[in-house]
Every structure is written in structure tokens, then in C-alpha cells.
Design a protein around this ligand. Structure first.
Ligand code: KG4
Ligand code: ZN
Length: 328
């Protein structure tokens, strides 16, 4: 079963070919980072226009790299939410057009569910239940997964998403956009114990990052001479402390033998190291998808489409997009 996946929910135009829900034959990601960088964040109209220009060449590249013809594709999946409405429409329209010309089914995919599936792409034999931390630019969720399509949200952020906190602090520190990778790089040269930024602990399995962000901004304003690498490392450690402690608490509560990271923030090197340590210390397995499967990509969309097609069947071609879609 060969599936073409298309992802255009934000600032990445991506297409991938995945066989049988887990074998990645190609995964092409065209990033618009340089287009949006001058604005310090994603400009929706700029993103939509870039997706329109990029979607056909990116799909052609994905087919070419996989060595398959359009006629070999058994189904076409695309992200229908959450995300920017205009951006989502480009990918969904492209997928429907391809479904129409090939006579193959169209499958709508929830972007958040797809991030959860990135784990299965690498290792379809993960031992469940899985305790999953899904941390991206727009969401921070703790999820317990018992099987395909069988999951519950245990907790989430009460204010900013973890990636949003990275992006906002990076912008304040003048590190540019996107902030997560910039802070990750700089933090590796700094002292993570230099400054004790607060570890917010809202509801048991919920997260909060907005107080931390304000505390970093206030600290830098009062201490303009503080080494910026130390600020970055101390901020990152405060975020990671909160993420890891809640992930382990969720695994404890649900008897989960496997810890899984998902979403763009899962590319963070310190978070990956700390989750690996936490798993080893508690006799669990840690599943850390490679960074290119953590950030937005279409392989996760194609993999999810495979399982959704099996459980729900094809999506009608008059289905729309859902910019505010949630996981459950
Ligand atoms: O999942 P993703 O690619 O897009 C969304 O669905 O949001 O996540 C993007 C987020 C951004 O906030 C970015 O700064 C963050 O993931 N990110 C990182 C790293 N790489 C990406 N945050 C911390 N460390 C990183 N290495
Ligand atoms: Zn994402």
C-alpha cells in the first residue's frame, strides 16, 4: 500500500511516499524559513502563496525520489488541520485534485495525530501503552497511546506552547526565527545552572511557560551584561525540567513502559538527552524519533493516512479544512 502524504499546515511544504504505513520511500520538506525570517514569525498570506508555488514541485520530487509514478500511488493523504486556513487549503486542494485524476481515495489527516505517528514510522513494534510528549510551536500535550487511534490527552499547556516559549525568548534575545534551534545551539556553549529560572507547576499533568518567559525577559532587562549563552542554557533547562518531570509522571500514572517524544521541540538535544536518562533511570524504553521526523514533515502524514484509511475509509471530496482542530 503506497501512500502519498502532503503537509502544508504552516511554513513547510512537504510531500512523502510511505509504504505500508511505516517504510519511508521519500520525504521532501521545503522550508519557507528564509521567507518569514525578516518578519520574526510566519506571515499567513506569504505562507499560502509559497505553498501554491511549491506544492507541485515538492510532490514531483517525492514521487521521483521514491521512484514511483503517480499511478502507483494507492491513496493520497493531506493535513486538514490544525494550522493556517489558507495554507491548509493548498495541500488539501492538491491532494483532492490528485485523488480525482488518479481515482484513488483522499484521506484527511489531523496534524497532531500525525506527530504521534512519527514514533511508529521508525519502530512499528513499540511497547504500549506509550507515554508521549507532543511539543510543537502551537501545542504542548501529554498523551497516553494504547493502540492505533486509541489515545487520551492527559494534560496540556495552560498558556504558551513549549515551542512558542522558545521562539519568544529567542526573539527577545535577538537570536532570530525559529528560536528553538537557535537556543538549542547557543545553550550547548552555556552554563545551565547559571540562573535559577522558575519551574511552573500548574495542574498535575499540565504545563505553563508564560511565567518563565516573562521571568527571563525581566532578568535580561535588569542584567544586560549576563552572558546570553548562560541565559539560553538556564532557560532551556527550566523548560526541559518541566517537560521531562511531567512525562515521567504520566508514564507512572498509566504504567507506560515506553517514553516517546513528538513535535518540533522533540528535536531539542537537551530534551532528548534528559528523556533518555529518565527512561534509563526508571527501567523504561525511550523512543526518540530522528529530528527530521519530529519537525513538520509529510512522512508522518502518509503514515497516519494509512491507519486512518484502514479504520475510517476514504474522506469525501467535499470535506473542508479545520484550522482549529484538536487532537480528540
Ligand atoms: O512541529 P513543528 O515543526 O511545527 C508545528 O507544528 O508547530 O514545531 C515547530 C516548533 C518551533 O516552535 C521551533 O522553535 C521548535 O519547534 N523547535 C525546537 C527545536 N527545533 C524546533 N525547539 C527547541 N529545540 C529545537 N532544537
Ligand atoms: Zn507540527
Amino acid at each position: 500500500m503506497i501512500i502519498l502524504g502532503i503537509e502544508t499546515s504552516c511554513d513547510e511544504t512537504a510531500a512523502a511516499i510511505v509504504a505500508d504505513g511505516h517504510r519511508i520511500m521519500s520525504s521532501v520538506v521545503s522550508s519557507q524559513i528564509e521567507l518569514h525570517a525578516p518578519y520574526g514569525g510566519v506571515v499567513p498570506e506569504v505562507a499560502s502563496r509559497a505553498h501554491v508555488e511549491l506544492v507541485n514541485p515538492v510532490v514531483a520530487d517525492a514521487l521521483g525520489e521514491a521512484g514511483v509514478e503517480l499511478g502507483d500511488v494507492d491513496a493520497i493523504g493531506a493535513t486538514y488541520g490544525p494550522g493556517l486556513a489558507g495554507a491548509l487549503l493548498v495541500g488539501v486542494s492538491a491532494a483532492k485534485a490528485l485523488a480525482l485524476v488518479t481515482g484513488r481515495p483522499y484521506v484527511q489527516v489531523n496534524h497532531l495525530e500525525a506527530h504521534l505517528y512519527a514514533g511508529w514510522l521508525e519502530d512499528p513494534e513499540l511497547r504500549s501503552p506509550l507515554a508521549v510528549l507532543l511539543a510543537s510551536g502551537g501545542h504542548t500535550l501529554l498523551v497516553v497511546i494504547r493502540g492505533h487511534g486509541d489515545y487520551d490527552v492527559l494534560g496540556q499547556t495552560v498558556d504558551d506552547a513549549a515551542g512558542e516559549a522558545f521562539d519568544k525568548v529567542a526573539r527577545y534575545l535577538g537570536l532570530g526565527y525559529p528560536g528553538g534551534p537557535a537556543i538549542d545551539r547557543l545553550a550547548s556553549t552555556g552554563d545551565r545552572d547559571a540562573f535559577a529560572f522558575p519551574r511552573a507547576m500548574p495542574g498535575e499533568l499540565d504545563f505553563s511557560f508564560s511565567g518563565l518567559k516573562t521571568s527571563v525577559v525581566t532578568f535580561v532587562r535588569r542584567n544586560p551584561g549576563a552572558p546570553i549563552a548562560d541565559v539560553a542554557a538556564s532557560f532551556q533547562e527550566a523548560v526541559v525540567d518541566q517537560l521531562v518531570s511531567k512525562l515521567v509522571a504520566a508514564a507512572d500514572e498509566h504504567g507506560a513502559p515506553t517514553l516517546v517524544l513528538a513535535g518540533g521541540v522533540a528535536a531539542n538535544s537537551r530534551l532528548r538527552a534528559r528523556v533518555a536518562d529518565a527512561a534509563a533511570a526508571t527501567g523504561r524504553a525511550a523512543f526518540l524519533p530522528p529530528p527530521e521526523l519530529c519537525t513538520d514533515n509529510a512522512a508522518m502524514i502518509a503514515a497516519t493516512a494509512y491507519y486512518r484509511l484502514a479504520s475510517d475509509g476514504p474522506t469525501p471530496l467535499d470535506a473542508g479544512v479545520a484550522p482549529a482542530l484538536s487532537l480528540t
